[in-house]
Design a protein around this ligand. Structure first.
Ligand SMILES: [Mn+2]
Length: 341
């Protein structure tokens, strides 16, 4: 977005509007943090906003301020489809293509609302009227802060908005540790604390909600962990059977792939998880340094994301997906070994 674009958006939001805010499906902390932060800002300023999530999201995010106002989309439910049909403005938070909200896409396609995307994933689609995209920024939630800066509204950030933005930054930076975390990120985090985000409570809310089922699944993940020493790589598999037996709940495997990446000498890590409903395997990839798992996922796993964090899915048996990964790390051996050089 140019300076003029920000002025136009500011002008657009100077009158009360019906606004729908859509995070990506299976929303994570950044998607929900940026969406609910924007919700509260718009609500405080006379608009009628609603966050419409394509699918449910994990329990560890349900404490977020105004979580009880979030609607989960259902194409059979006219009250929900009407939200889109009657919207003046639709915000798309933390995703770059309508494929990430497939359930809602047909309704968005028909809508003549002004469409605004705020996102940090690579190669955004061109459908929105305004696209605020920056792939160098660690979190869409940090981008929401910059968005408010650009329309001169940072002073409107209250404690709830600050809490939401802080949560998105915290979860998308792996607690301020990924390379995408900049001094600006820390300055914004400091400002958010000054504006009422209680940082230690947010950390507790996000990380101290482990269930016994999740701990058991973590044990299985660690047991299934394989290190490919010659390729500075590691991977974890989790089968449908293992998930079922241990009462898997959405979000339980969140962050497991980072355990593999944390091993000394491991520069690329993957987790392969059999889906419980569909006949496919979900993949999460992480890397350190210059090696792009976004590219690896685009080339092999029908997905994408960021340089150091990407996802994908493949409709093949898990053993074959693992073989594809092993082939890919062999092919990229040099780049992976030298990724931190
Ligand atoms: Mn994000």
């Amino acid at each position: 977005m140019t300076k003029d674009d920000f002025s136009e958006v500011k002008e657009l939001l100077s009158q009360p509007k019906k606004v729908v805010i859509i995070p990506h499906k299976n929303p994570d902390g950044d998607a929900m943090g940026s969406s609910l932060g924007l919700y509260k800002y718009l609500k405080n300023n006379g608009h009628s906003p609603v966050v419409l999530a394509p699918t449910p999201y994990p329990k560890f995010l349900h404490w977020l301020p105004n979580n009880d106002t979030v609607e989960i989309f259902n194409e059979e439910d006219e009250a929900k489809t009407n939200l889109i049909n009657q919207a003046d403005v639709i915000f798309f938070m933390d995703f770059n293509t309508l494929e990430r909200i497939e359930e809602i896409k047909p309704f968005v396609d028909k809508s003549d609302a002004i469409k605004i995307m705020i996102d940090h994933h690579q190669q955004p689609d061109s459908f929105p009227d305004y696209t605020y995209s920056d792939t160098t920024i660690c979190a869409t939630s940090e981008m929401l802060y910059h968005f408010l800066e650009n329309i001169n509204e940072v002073d409107k950030i209250d404690a709830e908005i600050a809490t939401c933005i802080y949560t998105g930054i915290l979860t998308d930076t792996g607690s301020f540790r990924y390379a995408s975390t900049t001094s600006t990120t820390h300055r914004i985090a400091a400002d958010l604390i000054d504006r009422g985000a209680v940082n230690h409570e947010i950390h507790n809310n996000i990380f101290d909600g482990n269930t016994m089922a999740r701990m058991k699944l973590m044990g299985i993940a660690l047991n299934n962990l394989v290190v490919l020493k010659n390729y500075n790589s590691a991977y974890i598999t989790m089968t449908r059977k293992e998930l079922r037996k241990n009462k898997f709940q959405k979000g339980d495997t969140e962050g497991f792939v980072n355990m593999a990446l944390s091993i000394e000498g491991v520069n690329v890590a993957a987790i392969f998880i059999e889906d419980l409903e569909g006949d496919f395997v979900k993949i999460s990839l992480r890397s350190t340094g210059k090696f792009s798992v976004n590219q690896m996922s685009r080339d092999n796993f029908n997905g994408g994301g960021h340089i150091n964090a990407a996802g994908g899915r493949v409709d093949l048996p898990i053993t074959e997906v693992v073989d594809m990964f092993i082939k890919a790390v062999k092919l990229n051996k040099k780049e992976i070994i030298n990724s931190n050089g």
